[in-house]
Design a protein around this ligand. Structure first.
Ligand SMILES: Nc1ncnc2c1ncn2[C@@H]1O[C@H](COP(=O)(O)OP(=O)(O)OP(=O)(O)O)[C@@H](O)[C@H]1O
Ligand SMILES: [Mg+2]
Length: 344
């Protein structure tokens, strides 16, 4: 497999001012040299193959968006090397942007007052997409999702879900080799999430696009990613097949049960060990259950499990599991967790 992205020992530090309180403090800050350094990304080495959909996960503030900003050329790494599609992104921003598409879940990249189709036409002209390719792409979009209701709507009149859909379609329009999706399903309901996942999967399959996805939703990861990379406090702590994670730590879901006194009881269930229905029936015998909800767990809970697993699993076992998996770097879950939090 050819490489889409290569990162070697990449670090990113931010220098920030130590702020002081009050008016006096603000004036002092104007002349202050009182800086501190935040290491947002620490020595990350990573290779992503062409056509992969990779889940880039980590808790809030882990350094995910910072990594994506470096890959897209918005930020320059403090040290280390990055090649995206053979290009050093921050040195050749224009050339890099021809081969990438970007969606930041929290804000739209589209022209706010223009109907979507007009944005598409502008993007077509900006990227100089040949007419035939453009039309083929619209045909593909129509086959994957019902775009008619949004095509003639200005972005500002769209619902969050419609806007996200539009953003994703716009990001793929010039058929880039790599698309970065930073929390694309944030704030969406279940049915919209599933629509978006199907669309991303369809586009990846049809066009062979490499997709880097950050999300806090394990459902996204489950539906889309074969491989996951986890970073925590800027350091890579896990890099392996999602199946490896599941075989090692099980497949978790959160079961919520509303009891007769209207309180909710919550349990995290490992579906490889327990049957959800059995748990419900057992509880039902003790107490009347009025309602149930089954939720996919967040990526944070999976990461917590990785750390918990490190103390539960013997390091040697973890080592063996890692060796049994070609393509794994330092990263069986247990060993990885030991490395990340050993000193804590
Ligand atoms: N421009 C900046 N200036 C200073 N510090 C920054 C800047 N951007 C990010 N940081 C810091 O770098 C760290 C990593 O932030 P980043 O946005 O990459 O996290 P993230 O993994 O994307 O988190 P989230 O899940 O909340 O989006 C945080 O401590 C953040 O405060
Ligand atoms: Mg982020």
């Amino acid at each position: 497999m050819e490489d889409a992205i290569v990162m070697k020992n990449v670090c990113k530090d931010f220098k920030i001012l130590n702020r002081h309180e009050g008016l006096k403090g603000s004036i002092r800050d104007l002349f202050s040299r009182d800086y501190k350094t935040i290491s947002a990304v620490k020595d990350v080495t990573l290779t992503i193959g062409k056509g992969e959909i990779i889940g880039y996960l980590g808790p809030n503030g882990a350094g995910k968006s910072t990594t994506i900003k470096m890959m897209t050329g918005v930020l320059e790494p403090t040290s280390g090397e990055i090649l995206v599609n053979g290009v050093v992104p921050y040195k050749e921003r224009t050339k890099n942007s021809e081969h990438i598409g970007v969606v930041f879940g929290q804000r739209s990249q589209l022209w706010w007052s223009l109907p979507l189709i007009e944005s598409f036409k502008l993007l077509r002209d900006i990227y100089m997409v040949p007419k035939k390719d453009y039309e083929d792409m619209l045909k593909l979009y129509r086959s994957l999702v019902d775009i008619e209701p949004i095509l003639h709507k200005p972005v500002r009149q769209m619902s969050l879900g419609q806007r996200t859909l539009s953003d994703i379609l716009a990001a793929f329009l010039h058929n880039p080799a790599i698309v970065f999706l930073d929390e694309p399903t944030i704030g969406l309901d279940v049915s919209m999430k599933s629509k978006i996942r199907d669309l991303i999967k369809g586009l990846n399959q049809e066009k062979g696009t490499t997709v880097i996805l950050t999300t806090h939703d394990m459902g996204d990861v489950d539906a889309l990613c074969k491989r996951i990379v986890i970073i925590d406090e800027g350091k890579k702590i896990y890099d392996n097949d999602i199946e490896h994670l599941k075989s090692y730590f099980g497949s978790y879901r959160t079961l919520r049960m509303r009891l007769s006194d209207d309180t909710w009881e919550e349990r995290v269930i490992d579906e490889t060990k327990e049957d959800v229905m059995e748990v419900i029936m057992k509880k039902q015998k003790e107490q009347k259950i009025k309602d149930i909800q089954l939720q996919e767990i967040s990526t944070e809970e999976v990461i917590k499990k990785i750390y918990e697993g490190s103390s539960a699993a013997k390091p040697q076992e973890a080592q063996n599991a890692s060796e049994a998996n070609p393509g794994t770097e330092e990263t069986s879950a247990g060993a990885a967790a030991n490395e990340g939090k050993g000193e804590a």
